[in-house]
Design a protein around this ligand. Structure first.
Ligand code: HEC
Length: 162
């Protein structure tokens, strides 16, 4: 009885192992499957950015320029709750977290990347992202202190522009 059971176990293991390798060897997509869509239409501009390979050259962009270039896609229409630049109440609440934390969220992403790292502006440097954050806060009627304006992020990696 014991031997038969052991044999059964071995057979079952062998079967699982073999069927696993057969599945792994199969192509993951049927040959005639349609090509996956390359450029999805989104409201954000973020999808364009991640397929773009266009490093920014030239002087550091102002907050308004960066806002128009990337942030507006979401922040200009409250996408997924992105605070609008004229929303004094909402930006006031966010300022209560402290500028350092806001910048951390702007640079590294926030809320499962609903707010993407650098707002999707991959060719922005940190100064430019900071300018855009300050632009939105100030347009909302909130104040950014001089100390916050001089803020320098710690993570040197994201200093790279690409
Ligand atoms: C793909 C959409 C999208 C884009 C593009 C985007 N944001 Fe956001 N952002 C969001 C969303 C959504 C939130 C709010 C998340 C929440 O609080 O639930 C947010 C929140 C923020 C916050 C507040 C974070 C906090 O801790 O409260 C800052 C600062 C910010 N964004 C800066 C930027 C800047 C600067 C840009 C452009 C460089 C940008 N965002 C572009 C979606 C976006």
């Amino acid at each position: 009885m014991q031997i038969t059971f052991n044999k059964l176990c071995m057979l079952a293991t062998a079967f699982l192992f073999l069927s696993g390798s057969v599945l792994a060897a199969m192509p993951s997509q049927p040959v005639n499957a349609p090509e996956p869509a390359k450029n999805l239409d989104t409201t954000t501009g973020f999808m364009q950015e991640i397929t773009e390979d266009r490093p920014h050259t030239g002087p550091t962009r102002s907050g308004l320029e960066v806002y128009e270039y990337r942030c507006k896609g979401c922040h200009g229409r409250n996408t997924q709750g992105a605070p609008m630049p004229d929303d004094k109440y909402e930006w006031g609440l966010r300022m209560n977290k402290g500028f350092t934390l806001l910048m951390d969220h702007a640079l590294n992403g926030y809320k499962d990347f609903l707010m993407p790292p650098k707002g999707g502006c991959r060719n922005c440097n940190e100064e430019e992202v900071k300018n855009a954050v300050i632009y939105m806060i100030e347009s909302s009627g909130n104040q950014v202190s001089l100390k916050d304006k001089k803020f320098k992020p710690v993570n040197k990696d994201s200093q790279k522009t690409k």
